[in-house]
Design a protein around this ligand. Structure first.
Ligand code: PGA
Length: 257
């Protein structure tokens, strides 16, 4: 895992946006895996600015998001569909046919999970997956204990995850109890992974990821140790508990574009 240390959230966002832009410029028909939450908001903002300024082509781009809350329609104000529309798809004028999220309000969720896996496969897989990390080490909505062999599936959210996400909802009881999420194995199939971490809240998870060498299902992010091309961009607060931050060549180098 290559670790890029940056000062703060803004620097992380700029760096991540540069990396996404480099991917899309070198391969205009890239398939990007995308994430939601507080962490990538700045990245999307910086990427939109860059794309509009530099005017590189996005017409061949395809995107697949990691997850969606179960029970929320795409129009629901707290849905990840709407988050993506507001932060990225609309500002970039991406066509609906270019963007994909699992449908949290599909009548048959297991069938929806299978359909989503099939769609990813049909386009030849994800080139670059953007990821955040939960305070409990979750990636996507894969909570501790999720099998490393999991594909897209329905996941029951941990109380701590629902609490962390309650800031986006009016009442914490409004946070859905389940999500449909790409599995660990679906994430691990991507060509390369760009993991972002910012802020004090993430420091224990980042420490465990970098310092505990065990790869265990009770800490989903540890699966990333088995991926050959992971780059983590983390800021000083997120790295604050790590005793040795010179991790840049811990195991693998960034995948050359
Ligand atoms: P956050 O969520 O970006 O809102 O902190 C990250 C995650 O839970 O994966």
């Amino acid at each position: 895992m290559q670790v890029i240390r940056v000062k703060n959230y803004n620097e992380m966002s700029e760096k991540a946006a540069d990396m996404l832009a480099a991917q899309v410029k070198s391969k205009p028909d890239s398939v990007l895996g995308l994430a939601t939450g507080g962490t990538p908001e700045g990245t999307y903002k910086a990427f939109v600015q860059k794309a509009l300024q530099e005017n590189f082509s996005l017409s061949e781009l395809t995107t697949f998001n990691l997850d969606e809350y179960v029970g929320l329609s795409p129009q629901h104000p707290k849905s990840y569909h709407l988050y993506m529309k507001n932060h990225l798809f609309q500002p970039l004028a991406l066509q609906p046919s270019q963007t994909n999220l699992p449908r949290g309000n599909a009548p048959y969720l297991e069938k929806e999970a299978e359909r989503y896996e099939r769609m990813i496969k049909e386009v030849g897989g994800i080139d670059l997956q953007l990821l955040g990390i939960g305070e409990n080490g979750h990636i996507g909505f894969n909570e501790p204990g999720t099998s490393f062999t999991s594909r897209t599936h329905i996941e029951k959210l941990n109380p701590t995850t629902r609490e962390a996400n309650a800031r986006y909802f009016e009442n914490k009881e409004d946070v859905p109890e389940h999500a449909i999420t790409m599995g660990i194995s679906s994430i691990m199939d991507s060509g390369s992974i760009l993991l972002l971490a910012s802020g004090e809240r993430k420091k224990e998870a980042v420490k465990r990821l970098l310092e505990d060498k065990n790869t265990r299902e009770d800490f989903p992010a540890s699966s990333l140790r088995n991926h050959p091309y992971v780059t983590m961009v983390a800021d000083e607060e997120a790295l604050a508990a790590v005793s040795k931050t010179d991790e840049s060549s811990e195991k693998n180098e960034a995948k050359p574009l």
